[in-house]
Design a protein around this ligand. Structure first.
Ligand code: CO
Length: 168
């Protein structure tokens, strides 16, 4: 396992749709293990494979000591809307308020190719949408009317949660 370099917003690979995983083999498991090391080192609460330069539909989220590995994730249901602060490891040092579905259900496969569903609200819902956006070549800053909406983490209002500011 190793810590990989996290690409920042100007990297073209972050703007490209990633490819579906078809082989649930040792190289996928190595990629996932490296992603976990890289996310924890950052530290962050989520990471998509293209953030470390691998254009595959692979993402991870870790919240409240629960690690979720998502291969080929797809949103199957989304409801409500919620504005909250959001950060990204590929946009280091900044956060912004972003509107997201409040509740979401995602279908994905695990590292062995077995299909599962995960339902989330609050920060988990936000992280799931953020990571799936990454896999489609979308960054949260794309939804801002202006980059002036970005707030430096050091200047952020006190109510911004540490976790949200940690980035995904
Ligand atoms: Co991100």
């Amino acid at each position: 396992m190793s810590i990989r370099r996290i690409l920042t917003a100007e990297a073209p690979i972050l703007r490209e749709k990633t490819k579906r995983v078809t082989q649930f083999d040792a190289s996928l498991h190595r990629l996932l293990d490296d992603m976990v090391d890289t996310m924890r080192d950052a530290p962050g609460i989520g990471l998509a494979a293209n953030q470390i330069g691998v254009p595959l539909q692979v993402a991870i989220i870790e919240l409240e000591d629960r690690l979720t590995e998502l291969i080929n994730p797809q949103v199957v249901r989304a409801s409500g809307e919620e504005m909250d602060w959001e950060g990204c490891l590929s946009v280091p040092g900044f956060v912004a308020e972003v509107g997201r579905a409040a509740k979401i259900t995602v279908k994905a496969r695990n590292r062995h190719g077995r299909e599962f569903r995960i339902k989330g609200d609050e920060l988990l819902a936000r992280a799931l949408q953020h990571e799936i956006d990454h896999l489609n070549g979308v960054l949260y800053i794309d939804s801002l009317a202006s980059l002036e909406e970005l707030v430096r983490v050091s200047d952020r209002p006190a109510e911004v949660e540490e976790e949200a500011a940690a980035g995904t």
